[in-house]
Design a protein around this ligand. Structure first.
Ligand code: CMP
Length: 139
């Protein structure tokens, strides 16, 4: 089922480097509607749960340490074909491979510190959005 929604995080590196505004401008210019957004900081437990799929990978500890070291912006975005179009807007996971003009090409510094998250499927967009926006918040 296509929901036309995706989930994103502006990661601690991009927040630290002052790129929140520029990244939100790219998201708006890309035609995405911001359905929900907040600044928050993930706990170790949050990050371990959010990235549980990677828990056997050698970079897992580094990933959890990075994602918990400072605030992030978490947001649910809406647009037709949101998951795929957002992944095009952010570019390849490794900024060295990201196309010119993409958010990671412009603002990411390394494979591990790659500025933004984008859901990889409609199913994960729903799971990840619910992870950060649940309880009293209804969208
Ligand atoms: P993302 O795809 O948003 O979510 C998983 C993250 O793990 C990915 O971004 C990278 O930041 C990180 N990651 C993936 N591969 C590596 C790697 N080889 N070394 C360090 N971090 C990685």
């Amino acid at each position: 089922m296509t929901t036309n929604r995706t989930f994103t995080m502006i990661k601690p590196d991009a927040v630290e480097n002052g790129h929140i505004g520029a990244i939100l401008d790219k998201i708006n210019a890309g035609g995405f509607r911001i359905v929900a957004m907040k600044m928050t900081q993930m706990t170790q437990r949050d990050a371990e749960a959010f990235y549980a799929i990677h828990n056997e990978r050698p970079f897992f500890g580094e990933l959890v340490a990075f994602m918990t070291r400072g605030p992030i912006i978490a947001a649910i975005l809406e647009k037709e074909n949101a998951v795929e179009d957002f992944r095009s807007l952010i570019g390849a996971t490794n900024p060295a491979d990201a196309a010119d003009g993409t958010i990671r090409k412009l603002y990411a510094t390394s494979l591990g510190e790659n500025a933004v998250h984008g859901s990889d499927s409609d199913e994960n967009a729903k799971i990840e959005g619910d992870f950060h926006f649940s309880g009293r918040e209804q969208f």
